[in-house]
Design a protein around this ligand. Sequence first.
Ligand code: SAM
Length: 242
Amino acid sequence: MDAIAPQPGHCVLELAAGPGDTGFLAAELIAPGGTLISSDVVEEMLEQARARADELGISNVEFRTIDAEWIDLPIASLDGVIARWGYMLLADPAAALAETRRVLRPGGRVALAAWTHPEDNPWASAPTAELVAIGAVQQPDLDEPNMFAFHDPQRIRDLLEGAGFSEIAIEQIPIVFRYPSLDDWWDTQLDLSTSLALAVGALTPAQRDDLRDAMDARLARYVADDGSAALPGRTHVTAASA
Ligand SMILES: C[S@@+](CC[C@H](N)C(=O)[O-])C[C@H]1O[C@@H](n2cnc3c(N)ncnc32)[C@H](O)[C@@H]1O
């Protein structure tokens, strides 16, 4: 949010907003006179975001169904665009970034977050690493659209440059995900990822037990004596000017 420097009167778009919390941080900063457009391609996500905005008492926000690869907004109509953990999931991130630049005014800012390498993010990568180890799934192609597709900062830079952005800055921010126990972490992962739930669902009960044992061993160094887990993660945070 700092990277797009929201000012009173600004119009800010959040793409792939999910429940919208990141964009809501801008709402107060752009008041009075500014508007936040909170968007996602999934209608159910917008419903969640609307409910969350009501809960927070945020009124200077519009909700739109927008596909990040084809942004249905006028040229040069925005001061800032943010997307936390969105662009790397897209089939055509180059198209999405070109669209982003089209809707930004000259000098407008984009800020995006994208996960670094799977090895930096055991909170998310441990299950796939163990599923690959037991031959239950194939090694994912990190260049395909997926949560780690922007792990290489050079790819982010190339995409932004290709879309015509300048003043590109990329930094890395560590994040610690805390859970009361590894059981809680595991339940959350199965809730978050349909593909993981499907892969685990296809295992025999014995294979599932082996998988949990292997993950518990892999993640043991992040578990405290009281059983709570503090799993490391790392994300790129990138900003650029249109
Ligand atoms: C990992 S979630 C991130 C949600 C939110 N930005 C956050 O940080 O909590 C990815 C979001 O991207 C949305 N998404 C996926 N494909 C999209 C597309 N083509 N256009 C816009 N949103 C998309 C999903 O519906 C989901 O809400």
